[in-house]
Design a protein around this ligand. Structure first.
Ligand code: FES
Ligand SMILES: [Fe+2]
Length: 378
């Protein structure tokens, strides 16, 4: 059987089996996901505060595509393809920075304004029918949602506010300083696992108090019985109320701390964007699973804190703890999971969906798998 013939019956998550293993390593599936999910979806680039000054930019890669998001002189944020219109040279190699004045191509020095329009192209003045207005950088669609900047390569994609309708209301409930954040740090980690293996791990409450010791530390900050995992079409939440008895978190006393929320708050937007906050932390995290190959992904952790406010020791400790403890503990599971999926002894598994234990349910895993399957097969 070829992968194109391999189907999956997702209709009954409680009695059926989970998405078959080849969907997590097959090259044909990966190519379909690229074409039908990632070339059409919205990609989060950063917070609006990263584009405060003219020339501030962030470069976002989507497979071999590279897009520059930049603030113009008028404060407007634009997105355009990161390629010179002359002979196709890549323009900017940095992930983020500021371009004062112009974007200059290193090859023949065509210069573009911060809004992408062509300002100067040496020695073109005698060319017949060369109109600079026609040779600006090609624009990419950009929208701002919940104070974060999103781009898509699909001219026909539904607006992000429609796809994630209601998600911003939930975010503002838990993240009161959403409009007033600044980037504190960003870290990228390459993981030997399919992007869906990483997503699955983050959207279920089953492994929480059963896997490694760091997970148990997190579970202790939450009133775990009240953990809820809720699908809303193309977005979902997984939220845990606080353990009000906590006196310390991430190894630091809570005394005198401020926080966005004392809850464990997470919101995912299909396919690969997550916003979250850890209990008792004054931060908004982004967690993006960027597919590189069928079995390799780039995990991008962004940490945003309220602008102009001292970051409390608990929040600093939480960021360090995520980067050095919780993240690695999950990544180890991602890697061992990816290896196991190839086994002749597996094939397809079983979702734990038990109405008596909703807080430990794998209902969101089934929901996410279904969205992925429908996107490539229906
Ligand atoms: S390729 Fe950019 S100026 Fe020639
Ligand atoms: Fe985990």
């Amino acid at each position: 059987m070829t992968i194109a013939q391999l189907t999956w019956d997702y209709s009954d998550p409680r009695t059926g089996t989970s998405m078959p293993a080849p969907f997590f390593f097959d090259k044909g599936v990966f190519d379909e996901e690229k074409a039908k999910i990632f070339m059409n979806c919205w990609h989060v680039v950063g917070h609006v505060s990263e584009f405060a000054k003219p020339g501030d930019f962030v470069v976002q890669e989507i497979f071999e595509q590279s897009v520059v998001v930049m603030a113009g002189r008028d404060g407007e944020i634009n997105a355009f393809h990161n390629v010179c219109r002359h002979r196709g040279n890549r323009l900017i190699e940095d992930r983020r920075g500021n371009k004062v004045g112009v974007i200059r191509c290193m090859y023949h020095s065509w210069c573009y304004n911060q809004d992408g329009s062509l300002r100067a192209a040496p020695r073109t003045e005698n060319l017949d029918d060369f109109d600079k207005k026609e040779w600006g950088l090609r624009h990419v669609r950009l929208e701002i949602f919940a104070s974060f900047v999103f781009i898509t390569l699909d001219q026909n994609a539904a607006p992000v506010a429609e796809i994630a309708k209601g998600a911003d209301v939930e975010m503002r409930r838990f993240l009161p300083d959403l409009d007033n954040l600044e980037l504190s740090s960003e870290s990228d980690v390459v993981v030997d696992a399919n992007w869906k293996v990483i997503q699955e791990n983050s959207i279920e409450g089953y492994h929480f108090d059963l896997s490694g010791p760091v997970h148990k530390d997190l579970a202790a900050l939450i009133n775990f019985e009240g953990y809820t995992l809720t699908p809303y079409g193309d977005w979902w939440t997984y939220i845990g109320p606080p353990n009000k008895g906590a006196t310390q978190a991430y190894g630091v006393p809570l005394d005198g701390s401020t926080w966005q929320t004392d809850w464990f708050f997470n919101i995912g937007i299909f396919p690969n964007t997550t916003f979250y906050s850890f209990p008792y932390t004054d931060m908004v995290g982004t967690f993006i699973m960027i597919p590189l190959t069928p079995e390799k992904s780039l995990l991008r952790f962004g940490y945003y804190t309220p602008k102009g406010r001292e970051t409390p020791p608990v929040t600093k400790a939480a960021i360090e703890w995520m980067n050095t403890q919780l993240g690695p503990e999950d990544i180890e599971l991602n890697v061992t999971n990816q290896k196991g999926l190839h086994s002749l002894g597996f094939g397809s598994g079983k979702y734990l969906i038990d109405p008596a234990r909703p807080h430990q349910s794998e209902n969101l895993v089934h929901h996410f798998h279904t969205l992925c399957y429908k996107a490539i097969r229906e």
